[in-house]
Design a protein around this ligand. Structure first.
Ligand SMILES: [Zn+2]
Length: 292
């Protein structure tokens, strides 16, 4: 089906009501591994939760090879407990699918699973990696979410889950990859008011951000030996990433928040509007997101 026909078809299936919705938004954010969604949208998720929005973070894989000294079921259980701790800190819901780390594939079965999760959550906003990220699990998470964009509104794609009344907005997390095109910072949100919750979540995931056998400890330079020093060192690296994100997209922050507030924001999370899903105006996003 051509893209134009698809858009017309979806418009007939699910006419878009005019005006912004009044109720708190429902958000589902997919990550490839148990820490991805927490990292990419943890600050905004905590802010949303404070405002009464319903947020669910989903890990597409169980993370069972994400360590250099442990693996398999015990690591999967440990990582699920870590993201549950984050969910408790943020005030959101979490789910980890039992798919092996490094083995996610864009199958019909997985598309059905993603579509069902979006439908069951009755999501207004769906988030995921872009399909150009470096890790196959990240790419396929992006692909599965984009492939679900059509069927989440189809009445009988999965007759046991309720179709969405209208297309959700799909937003992507940032990455540094330039081909086929670099990440576009369509919407950037200051997270300073919830940032301590984000750092507490990072501290609650030692398998990724503190252990000597974690990927971060293996690949970052000059990591200290002491466990507490190592954890705080890695946390500082994470903090810098979100500080750099605010600085890199400072012009966009000023456009969105105005000169004074836009300049004051220290930490930010950024999102690109996916060309599939509903195409929101910036004003609509401001009504859906916290801090505006
Ligand atoms: Zn990941």
């Amino acid at each position: 089906m051509s893209r134009l026909l698809l858009v017309i078809g979806l418009g007939l299936l699910c006419p878009i009501p005019s005006g912004a919705q009044n109720t708190a938004p429902r958000i589902i954010a997919f990550g490839a591994h148990p820490d991805d969604a927490e990292l990419e949208v943890g600050g905004v998720a905590a802010l949303w939760a404070q405002e009464g929005a319903r947020v669910k973070l989903v890990s597409m894989t169980n993370g069972d090879i994400g360590h250099f000294e442990m693996a398999g079921g015990p690591l999967a259980q440990r990582r699920r407990a870590e993201v549950q701790a984050c969910a408790d800190i943020f005030g959101v819901t979490t789910e980890v699918l039992d798919i092996h780390d490094g083995e996610l594939m864009p199958t019909l079965e997985n598309r059905r699973t993603v579509a069902r999760l979006i439908r069951d959550w009755q999501a207004d906003i769906v988030m995921s990696h872009r399909r150009y990220d470096y890790h196959a699990d990240h790419r396929y998470t992006g692909e599965l979410v984009e492939d679900a964009a059509v069927v989440v509104v189809a009445a009988f794609f999965d007759p046991y889950s309720p179709r969405l009344e209208r297309n959700p907005i799909i937003l992507h997390y940032p990455d540094d990859f330039q081909k086929p095109y670099p990440f576009q910072p369509d919407f950037v949100v200051g997270i300073d008011d919830a940032v301590e919750k984000k750092w507490d979540c990072i501290r609650a995931m030692p398998s990724q951000f503190a252990d000597a056998g974690s990927w971060q400890a293996r690949y970052l330079p000059d990591v200290p030996d002491g466990p507490v020093e190592r954890r705080e060192y890695i946390l500082e690296v994470v903090k810098r990433r979100y500080e750099e994100q605010a600085n890199r997209y400072r012009d966009r922050l000023i456009e969105l928040y105005g000169e004074e507030q836009g300049r004051e924001i220290k930490y930010a999370e950024a999102f690109e509007i996916c060309q599939y899903g509903r195409q929101p105006t910036i004003d609509e996003l401001k009504q859906l997101f916290p801090t505006f």
